[in-house]
Design a protein around this ligand. Sequence first.
Ligand SMILES: *Cc1c(COP(=O)(O)O)cnc(C)c1O
Length: 385
Amino acid sequence: MKRIYMDYAATTPMHPEVLEAMGPYFADKFGNPSSIHSFGREAREGIDASRDTIASFMGAKSEEIFFTSGGTESDNFALEGVVYANEKKGNHIVSTTIEHHAVINCLKFLEKRGFKVTYVPVDGDGLVDPEDVRKAITDKTVLVSVMHANNEIGTIEPISVIGKICREKNVYFHTDAVQTFGHLKVDVNELNIDLLSASAHKLYGPKGVGILYVRKGVKLVPYLHGGEQERGKRASTENVAGIVGFGKAVDVAKREMAELEGRLSTMRDKLVRGISSSIEKIRLNGHPAKRLANNVNVSINYVEGESMLLKLDLEGVSASTGSACSSNSLEPSHVLLAIGLPHEVAHSSLRLTLGRWTTEEEIDRVLDVLPRVVNKLREMSPLRK
Ligand SMILES: *Cc1c(COP(=O)(O)O)cnc(C)c1O
C-alpha cells in the first residue's frame, strides 16, 4: 500500500536540491566558520550566502538575520530577548489565544517571572481583530506577538494592520511566520514587522534550523551566552549544513511558491467539497477564504479524533488532530477551544495538510477512505444520538 502523507504542517520532506546542497558541508566543507584558515572561510561563505538569500527574500538586511535551532528557539529568543532588554520601559506583552505552544508556553514562563500578558481573543474563524490589539496596548507594553498564520486551522491574520498599530504606539511587533515563510510572500517592510520567526523544516528544508529576523535598532538581549557567533547574540558553532539547506529551501521557494500555492488551493478546495458532500454533520474550522492554501481542518461530529487518525493510518493516510488524549491531557487543542468549539467538537477534529508532493490521486483516495472510516466509527459511537 502506498502511504499518503497529509501532515505537511507538522513537517515537510526535504527538497532533493536542499539535500544535495547540504551534502558537501557534512564532508569536505566541514570547517568551523569561526576559524580563519581556508576550511573555516569555506564554511563561513556557505553561511553568508544563505543569510543573504534569506534576507533578500524577505526584504531584510543580512545583518538582521540570526540563525537559530528552529521555530521554537526563534520564538523564545524574540520574546525573552525583547522583554529582558526593555524592562525599564515596562513589563507588559500582548499576544493571542491561538499562538503555537512555542509562544504560549514561553509567555507562561515569563508570567511566572513577573511579566504581564494580555491574550487577545479571536472570532469563530480564528481571526484577530487589530482594534482589540490596539485596545490591549498600554504604556507598559513592550511587545506584541501575533502569528502570521495558524498551524492548526490555517487562518491568516491581518498582521500588516497590527504591525502598523504597533508602530503608531511605539511597541515592537513580533510574528511567528513558521507556517507562511516560503509559502506566501512575506516582506518585513510591507507587513510592518520588527521580529519574525521561521523554521526550515516547514518549507522543505532540514529540521533543527530556524531564523529570527530582528529589525535594526530593536533592543534585545543575547539568547545563548558564549562565543561571538551571530554578532554575540546567539553563541555556539553554527549548524553550517542546516543553514546552507535553509538558504537552498528559500531559493526553491522563490522559484516555486506561487505555482505551488495555486495548485494546492485547488486540491484543498476539492478535498473540502468532497468531504462536505460525503459526510454529514461536519464543521469547517478556520476562515473560509483567509486561510493557508494547504490546510483543511474539519470537526466530524460523534467521531473521536485519535480513533479517526488510527483508522486512517491503517488505510495508509497520515493526518493530524486537535484531540490530545494520548499526550497525557484530556484538554483538546487550545486553538479549537479559542474559536468557540465545545470540547466534544474540538475532540472530533481532523487536520489534513497538503504539500509539494500531494497528488490528485491522493485527494481522491482520501475522499474514498475518510467517509468509510467515519461511518464505521459513527456506528460504534456512544456519542451519537
Ligand atoms: C512548527 C511550528 C513551530 C515550531 O518550529 P520548530 O522548528 O519545530 O521548533 C512554531 N510555530 C509554528 C506556527 C509552527 O507551525
